[in-house]
Design a protein around this ligand. Structure first.
Ligand SMILES: Nc1nc2c(c(=O)[nH]1)N[C@H]1C(S)=C(S)[C@@H](COP(=O)(O)OP(=O)(O)OC[C@H]3O[C@@H](n4cnc5c(=O)[nH]c(N)nc54)[C@H](O)[C@@H]3O)O[C@H]1N2
Ligand SMILES: Nc1nc2c(c(=O)[nH]1)N[C@H]1C(S)=C(S)[C@@H](COP(=O)(O)OP(=O)(O)OC[C@H]3O[C@@H](n4cnc5c(=O)[nH]c(N)nc54)[C@H](O)[C@@H]3O)O[C@H]1N2
Ligand SMILES: [Mo]
Length: 908
């Protein structure tokens, strides 16, 4: 989550769910929290019972809206305009928290003279390279003296960083997407913000025309309530109501919280949505304080865990960047990133060496760089959608799908199926025989003739997986909390845990290669792979794995904290941010002390990273002198008599660093962070209102239209995010802007009764019965305009495909009036597919792949379509029907050769 990472230094939710009860105002925007996070929502209800205002900002009226004090229906894809308007309101009306802003944010930092804003360049920042569609960030930096950290920039943007630049410019053969630069960089701020190489000049009066505060004012000057209304399609009074509530409920004595989830992330400017909320919350002084913060609601049970110990191609555990082919030839070069860096990221070599010791054990020695050369190197963007495009071209032989059903769950289902049909082999481990395992016989493209079963060469291995109740282990949930699950029942038949699978796969590989002298087999042979196993099925012990993740010291005992890690090979640790979860040889994640037996923070329930802190940056809950901002919002503060920080939570600060500590000249790592700097993972210790580094698409969020939009951008000539990633190909056509053929906006979402791609809910009679059919939500006005009948059939069409669904006519979706015209939105749940008890067309056959350049997430929350009454054409007729639509809309042909092997095309 680089939106949060670049703003505050860590990519996780900043507060904990129970703390929402302490909020005086809660803004839920980009999330249907009551339906998708119902357990956490009890704390919103609790806050409301205590008198808090609750606002829900969402294109649709949902069960969350029903409980809110105010629901603001806005146009999908317009949140930056809305939030930018709030920033302007706060700045214009002096509603920010002045002491907090001056001391704890980078408002006072002065920018370089050659920086140009989107207001100057009609929607572009300075440094844009139109040919490669990316930014050179150098003009975004602060004005000031270069720090020695210039030699150790955490990323490829070095002055004289020749290798990186070569890699960026020379795209790999067959690679049409973003280059190594973007691929390697922008997710890396999960724990530790990007490094700035300049110590900024500051103007604490905030008057200097080039200080961040003034730059921000100018940047949002045109985001007036009227402009917001025109872009978002909302009532200006509703906007002003939200502005009044959040400002009245922020300051010394009160706090406001923001809550979002995938309604914000699945956009071509997704990271910047989160940045906008970050700026607002920093200006209002709501970060690091009880009842404040930004609650990033994460999805699946362990989605937070799967970025901490990542399933992402460009990260290693604990947000260490994956080494880069040209840049990181040696461990020394890799570690140079952190040299002379301020903040805890300055200790990165200890985290990396300890990780290598966990991976390679005794084989990792100082002489061989701790086996650093065994790690794979990044050569380009190997993210999910790029990989599928490569599969279609026949460049990827094999694929593992472990707990993922991409032909339904990922954007552009037809593209996904073409990808799977062009592999040599595919392993699917799942609880159910999902569509991604059976595509070769029942894909919709078999009916259209685009795929032919006999010609699909993919060999599919389906392996039954044990479910979460059939195995033990931890989940890391939305508030960074690791909670241990005990096994409830044995898995049935041949079903095994994923841990079992990977352990035995590795064991067998090691066995097969035992006599190999081929250097390329060394990494596998050198792996430390000695987990104790249990029971008849020889299941590896999940406690042993957790203990390895926690790390051990030279005495072989479990470490207590990441501050104990060393870069000399004497410690090992599988994920430095998780260090402490096995402190004192106790599985801390299994703690279950009831809330009533401890303080309100309940630190003895489970274990949260980092260091069991529940509110991040909590030093900011005290003023610069270390005193609580107010009695009502007292949390962590300096106890001068004891000479330590104290409070209900673990201080997110060095416990004995005095508020009046000032770093001596030349200090590095945490010693360079002053006693007044709460954002200890940032290289300047501040919350970033302006991000001088770390984001691919700009230092400040700017309203761009979604890639598919019914209108042109009212603010700038630049229509959509100039840095967005596209995959131009016949199977991934986009609808033109303001197209009369595709006049409606649609958004995709979840239903309480189903789960994601449906493998776990369409297969269950109880759930399938509650929501038995694929449907779409339309307003009565749109139903009248298009002749749609409640309960009847409709066909929804995009340049990718057409799907049929039952029509639900409802006032929950309102037509939006903006700039003298009416825009209709359509709601499309994405849970259906061809197998299971309840079947139907898949919403993701409609969505295309256009991505945010920071995180490669698809824009599945805002796109355009047509809708018409009746069922869709079947078989080959569907292909002709779509081709005719594309022809009318002026879109190039979308037909593909039988088998789906269409190449990527050069960017137009
Ligand atoms: N019952 C149930 N619970 C779930 C899941 C499930 O499938 N079923 N899935 C889990 C997972 S994996 C996740 S990631 C979470 C997701 O949790 P949510 O993000 O809450 O889920 P969604 O329904 O996808 O989308 C949230 C809301 O965003 C709105 N929205 C769409 N576009 C925009 C926009 O541009 N701006 C704004 N402000 N709002 C917009 C939609 O109308 C929708 O109400 O839920 C988790 N919980
Ligand atoms: N249009 C649109 N598309 C979306 C979204 C959206 O809002 N709109 N949301 C996106 C989001 S946030 C998400 S998270 C994805 C989800 O998309 P997917 O991850 O593709 O979908 P799921 O159905 O959650 O797939 C999980 C599979 O894992 C299996 N499973 C469960 N437990 C285990 C286990 O322990 N081991 C193994 N091996 N398998 C297991 C389940 O049976 C299920 O089939 O969809 C994304 N796609
Ligand atoms: Mo998700």
């Amino acid at each position: 989550m680089p939106g949060l990472g670049t703003s505050f230094g860590r990519g996780g939710a900043t507060n904990f769910l129970q703390d929402l009860a302490n909020s005086d105002c809660i803004v839920i925007e980009g999330s249907n929290m009551a339906e998708c996070h119902p357990v956490g929502f009890q704390w919103v209800s609790e806050a409301k019972a205590r008198g808090a205002k609750v606002v829900h900002i969402d294109p649709r009226f949902t069960r969350t809206s029903a409980i809110a004090d105010l629901h603001v229906p806005l146009r999908a894809g317009s949140d930056i305009a809305f939030l930018g308007g709030l920033i302007k309101y706060v700045l214009d009306n002096d509603k920010y928290f002045p002491e907090y802003v001056v001391a704890y944010t980078n408002a006072a930092a002065i920018l370089r003279e050659d920086f140009r804003d989107t207001e100057d360049l009609d929607g572009l920042f300075s440094g844009y390279d139109p040919e490669h569609k990316h930014y050179d960030e150098s003009t975004w930096e602060y004005e000031g003296d270069a720090t020695p950290a210039a030699a150790g920039q955490r990323g490829p943007d070095e002055p004289g960083g020749k290798p990186a630049r070569d890699a960026r410019e020379g795209k790999q053969a067959g690679e049409h997407g973003p280059d190594v630069h973007e691929a390697a960089q922008h997710e890396a701020a999960g724990s530790g913000g990007p490094t700035v190489r300049v110590k900024p000049k500051r103007d604490e009066t905030l008057q200097h025309p080039r200080c961040v505060f003034q730059v921000l004012k100018r940047h949002y000057a045109r985001y007036t309530p009227e402009m917001v209304a025109q872009i978002c399609g909302i009532d200006p009074q509703a906007f002003l109501q939200v502005a009044e509530w959040i400002t009245a409920n922020s300051g010394r004595d009160r706090t406001t919280a923001f809550v979002y989830s995938v309604g914000w992330t699945q956009h071509s400017v997704g990271a910047q949505y989160i940045r906008t909320a970050s700026i607002l919350q920093a200006l209002l002084g709501n970060m690091g304080r009880p009842g404040g913060g930004i609650m990033a609601l994460r999805g699946h049970a362990s989605i937070q865990g799967s970025t901490d110990i990542p399933t992402l191609f460009n990260l290693l555990p604990g947000y260490l960047v994956m080494p880069h082919a040209q840049q990181h030839m040696s461990l020394e070069e890799y570690c140079a990133q952190s040299k002379n860096t301020a903040g805890f990221w300055g200790n990165m070599p200890s985290y990396m060496v300890s990780l290598l010791k966990a991976y390679f054990g005794d084989a990792a020695t100082p002489e061989n760089d701790f086996c650093f050369d065994h790690l794979p190197r990044l050569t380009g963007d190997h993210s999910s959608y790029q990989s599928v495009a490569q599969m279609i071209e026949g460049n990827v032989p094999g694929y593992f799908l472990v707990g993922e059903n991409p032909v339904i769950g990922h954007a552009n289902g037809r593209m996904q199926r073409f990808g799977l049909a062009n592999l040599e082999w595919l392993v699917v481990r799942d609880l159910q025989m999902i569509e991604s395992a059976t595509f070769w016989k029942d894909a919709p493209e078999i009916e259209t003739g685009e795929l032919v079963t006999d010609q699909i060469a993919t060999e599919v291995f389906f392996l039954p997986a044990a479910s979460h109740v059939e195995k033990a282990g931890t989940f890391t949930q939305t508030q960074r909390l690791l909670q241990w699950r005990h096994k409830a029942v044995e898995p049935p038949g041949d079903a095994r845990s994923d841990l079992w699978f990977y352990f035995h796969l590795g064991r067998l590989l090691k066995q097969r290669l035992a006599n190999s002298t081929d250097p390329r087999d060394r990494p596998i042979l050198d792996l430390a792979w000695d987990y104790p196993t249990e029971g008849e099925t020889a299941d590896p012990s999940p406690e042993a794995v957790l203990r390895e993740i926690n790390g051990v010291g030279p005495d072989g005992k479990a470490l207590g904290a990441y501050t104990e890690l060393k870069d000399d090979g004497s410690t090992s640790c599988g994920c430095w941010i998780y260090c402490g979860v096995y402190a004192d040889e106790v599985n801390q994640s299994a703690r279950r002390k009831p809330g009533r037996d401890q303080n309100a923070v309940a630190p003895e329930w489970g274990w949260a990273w980092p260091a069991n802190r529940r509110i991040l940056y909590n030093r900011a809950s005290a003023d610069p002198d270390g005193k609580p901002w107010s009695d009502r919002k007292k949390y962590v503060y300096w106890d001068d008599d004891a000479g330590t920080w104290t409070g209900d939570d673990v201080p997110d600060f060095e416990p004995e660093k005095r508020p009046d500590y000032r770093p001596p000249e030349g200090a590095t790592a945490q010693a360079a962070i002053a006693g007044t700097d709460p954002f200890i993972m940032q290289s300047d210790g501040k919350a970033w209102l302006y991000a001088p580094a770390g984001l691919a698409d700009g230092p400040m969020p700017t309203h761009y239209e979604p890639a598919e939009s019914p209108m042109s951008n009212p603010l700038y000539g630049q229509q959509a995010n100039p840095g967005r990633e596209e995959l131009p190909a016949a199977y991934n056509r986009g609808n033109p802007v303001a197209s009369e053929v595709f006049p409606y906006v649609f958004t995709t979402y979840r239903l309480t009764e189903h789960h994601t791609a449906g493998g776990m809910s369409r297969t269950l009679p109880y759930l399938a019965e509650l929501q038995p059919e694929f449907f779409v939500e339309v307003s009565p006005e749109l139903a009248a305009e298009r002749g749609l009948e409640n309960g009847g059939w409709a066909t929804v069409v995009t340049s990718r495909s057409a799907v049929e669904a039952k029509v639900l006519v409802t006032e929950r979706i309102r037509p939006l009036r903006l700039d003298g015209r009416v825009i209709h939105q359509i709601g499309v749940p994405y849970h259906w597919g061809g197998t299971g008890i309840s079947t139907g067309d898949s919403g993701n056959d409609l969505t295309g792949v256009v991505m945010d350049p920071n995180v490669h997430i698809q824009e599945s929350k805002a796109a355009t379509c047509d809708i018409r009454p009746g069922r869709r054409p079947r078989g080959p007729e569907l292909v002709g029907f779509l081709e005719e639509y594309r022809r009318r809309a002026g879109v190039p042909s979308g037909t593909v050769p039988v088998g789906g092997r269409a190449p990527l095309e050069e960017d137009s």
